[in-house]
Design a protein around this ligand. Structure first.
Ligand code: BGP
Length: 480
């Protein structure tokens, strides 16, 4: 591909790759690990989410049970990451390796040891680990016995887990995030999201939307407490939020469309308001009143939120959305119902609208609103890759996607002055898709020889994008 000049990023900029424990480690019951919600639903659709308790009992096998065997193969994988030039690596700590059921008083030493060794291996290779504490991996026991995040008791279980991790790893890990894509649960009518994010299994006699607000509130408190604990343990630690950023544009200049888009952005991103600004927006409290929702929030809670604002905003960026007037002016938390196709954008094979400029737009939107440093902790293009006879993968479509997005990211830093910590493209090594459970929806710059059923040699191969990203990093983002 023709070299196009981008901007050179600062020397301390973090260039990395991002994964999540349950999507690549495999070894789902090794060394005392407990069962997580991901182990019983990866690749879940709405129906599976409804059926989740039944499938556990049947002992159904999910692809993340084997992942890409990173649990055993990580030393070689880390070497490949270093060869690519990464100086950071975002992964998550599987809660169930540390607290198998979630409610034990003592952690599982074998689980802690695994991550200690993994982080050591990273650091030996010049790569700093960036860690998400909860990436769709809540212990299943907490879902079944406690009702997931709707139960306040879970706050203490989570903060205990966070504290154990901060204490054990604070010399190895500086950047942390509490909950992955915390705002995805806004699509509460999709049980898959509610279960993945908050461990909520549908309860017929319950108002789901109200349950979603309570669960989110309990997660906010847990996150704010974790921020405080981290700073008390080591003032150098940086704890961020993690939101899924998909800007929602108005379909036209019709005022009702503009208002609809603004309201859609408010409902989707109030999570950031609470985590970055330390308080709920007034419009949300009015909404609860209108709907007669009683969310349990004490004065002490309000103080905890104010004192536990995050150090930075981590976010994923894949796509943008568009919306139009739906005939009423009420807020809609299940915004998916009001989304429309944007005729100016192309889509991936999975229907995700590709929009590089939306990244710069989203970064500016967040900066104007939350005034925090940012960290792009996911961005990427899921595609079908073809292994050619010469043992290569010519993924120029992926290179184009990254080229366009990195260029917009660089403009946001160099021209708009956004304080950006780093960039970690999603699934830089092929792994199991979170939404579909497929292996064939590939994001990687490193190919992993495995099919959806888990057949294959697991051999790692460098795609064309591997070499492209390598020289992007070597030039600090200048050669795109
Ligand atoms: C985000 C998740 C990741 C990841 C990615 C790609 O929502 O944080 O876990 O998987 O999206 O999504 P998918 O795997 O569904 O293609």
């Amino acid at each position: 591909m023709k070299q196009i000049q981008g901007y050179q990023m600062p020397k301390d900029f973090l260039w990395g790759g991002a994964v999540a424990a349950h999507q690549l480690e495999g070894a789902w019951q090794a060394d005392g690990k407990g069962v997580s919600i991901a182990d019983v639903m990866t690749g879940g659709n709405k129906e599976q989410a409804r059926q989740v308790t039944k499938t556990v009992e049947k002992g159904k096998v999910y692809p993340n049970h084997w992942g890409i065997d990173f649990y055993h193969q990580y030393p070689q994988d880390i070497k490949l990451f270093a060869e690519m030039g990464l100086n950071c690596f975002r992964t998550s700590i599987a809660w169930t390796r540390i607290f198998p059921n979630g409610d034990e008083s003592e952690p599982n030493e074998a689980g802690l040891k695994f991550y200690e060794n993994l982080f050591d291996e990273c650091l030996k290779n010049g790569i700093q680990p960036v860690i998400t504490l909860s990436h769709f991996e809540m212990p299943y026991h907490l879902v079944k016995e406690y009702g997931g995040w709707r139960n306040r008791e879970v706050i203490d279980f989570f903060t205990r887990f966070a504290e154990v991790c901060f204490k054990r790893f604070h010399n190895q890990v500086k950047y942390w995030m509490t909950f992955n894509e915390i705002n995805n649960q806004t699509s509460w009518a999709d049980p898959h999201h509610l279960l993945q994010n908050s461990g909520l299994i549908l309860n017929d006699d319950e108002n789901l939307e109200e349950a979603m607000f309570q669960a989110a509130h309990n997660e906010f408190i847990a996150s704010a407490k974790a921020v405080k604990i981290a700073h008390e343990i080591d003032n150098n630690l940086q704890v961020g939020a993690m939101v899924a950023m998909s800007p929602i544009y108005p379909m036209t200049a019709k005022p009702a469309d503009i208002l609809e888009a603004q309201r859609a952005m408010q409902t989707r991103y109030y999570y950031g308001d609470v985590q970055a600004l330390g308080e709920y927006p007034a419009w949300l409290i009015k909404y609860w009143d209108r709907h007669d929702y009683h969310i349990e929030i004490s004065d002490l809670d309000r103080q905890i939120l104010r004192e536990g604002t995050v150090d930075y905003m981590g976010f994923s960026y894949y796509m943008s959305f568009a919306t139009k007037d739906n005939g009423d002016e009420e807020l809609h938390f299940n915004e998916n119902t009001d989304l429309v196709d944007n005729p100016y954008l192309e889509k991936s094979d999975w229907g995700w609208q590709i929009d590089a400029k939306g990244l710069r737009y989203g970064m500016n939107w967040m900066n104007d609103r939350w005034h925090k440093p940012q960290f792009i902790v996911e961005n990427g293009f899921g595609a079908y890759d073809k292994l050619t006879d010469d043992g290569k993968i010519h993924d120029d479509y992926r290179i184009k996607y990254f080229h366009d997005h990195i260029l917009e990211m660089e403009k946001a830093v160099a021209e708009d002055g956004i304080d950006l910590i780093g960039y970690t493209p999603w699934g830089h090594i092929d792994l199991i898709s979170a939404s579909t459970g497929e292996m064939k929806k590939r994001y990687g710059m490193i190919y992993v020889d495995q099919d959806d059923e888990g057949n294959g040699s697991l051999k790692r191969l460098k795609k064309d994008s591997f070499y492209w990203y390598q020289q992007v990093i070597a030039s600090r983002g200048e050669n795109l």
